[in-house]
Write a protein that binds this ligand. Structure first.
Ligand SMILES: [Zn+2]
Length: 181
């Protein structure tokens, strides 16, 4: 199954927890650790990624609410954290909500990459040249536009961070919604 562009960030986080956190028989060589439940090994890289993602969302909720404690405590289930963030910050103006949505969307892309679903990058146009040739570069951990005309004068291909791709996507989505109303 490819998570592609069909899963939202919460669904991807749930998939990570349910199907990627506990190694299958084919992943014996990976660095694993014992979880709090005796006898259940977990993949540390996936665990660290999930913990970092949820931590960022909780910190964002606090900072967006002017460092006041959130109204309700963070949810127990990791995948519920995005809905919680949206509810905690729904009183903020449209610009700040758009920044929040870009963080959520960027995390969705990060979850996809942790799952090895590099095709999740594909449905996004290059923010500069608007062509559909974006790919993920594993070594440099960056998004690369393969359009040679988009390259700089030295022939260096244009690169983007996942945050830039997410900000561009959310801005375009909001722009389309605004035109439709
Ligand atoms: Zn480009």
């Amino acid at each position: 199954m490819s998570s592609g562009d069909t899963l939202n960030p919460a669904e991807r986080l749930r998939l990570l927890q349910d199907e990627y956190l506990v190694p299958s028989a084919g992943h014996r060589a990976e660095r694993v650790s014992r979880s709090t439940e005796p006898g259940t090994p977990i993949r540390l890289a996936v665990y660290d990624h999930m913990r970092k993602s949820v931590g960022e969302v909780v910190a964002l909720a606090t900072s967006m609410c002017d460092d006041q404690a959130p109204f309700t405590p963070p949810p127990a289930k990791a995948a519920d954290v995005y809905q919680w963030l949206v509810e905690e910050t729904d009183h903020l103006n449209a610009l700040r909500q758009q920044a929040r949505d870009a963080v959520i969307y960027r995390q969705g892309l990060e979850h996809a990459i942790v799952m090895g679903d590099l095709l999740a990058i594909r449905p996004h146009p290059c923010p500069s040249c608007a062509t559909w040739g974006l790919v993920w570069n594993r070594e440099r951990e960056t998004v690369v536009c393969l359009n040679r005309r988009c390259a700089d004068d030295d022939g260096q291909l244009t690169t983007w961070t996942l945050a830039q791709i997410a900000e561009n996507h959310v801005a375009r989505r909001n722009g389309r919604a605004a035109r439709a109303t």
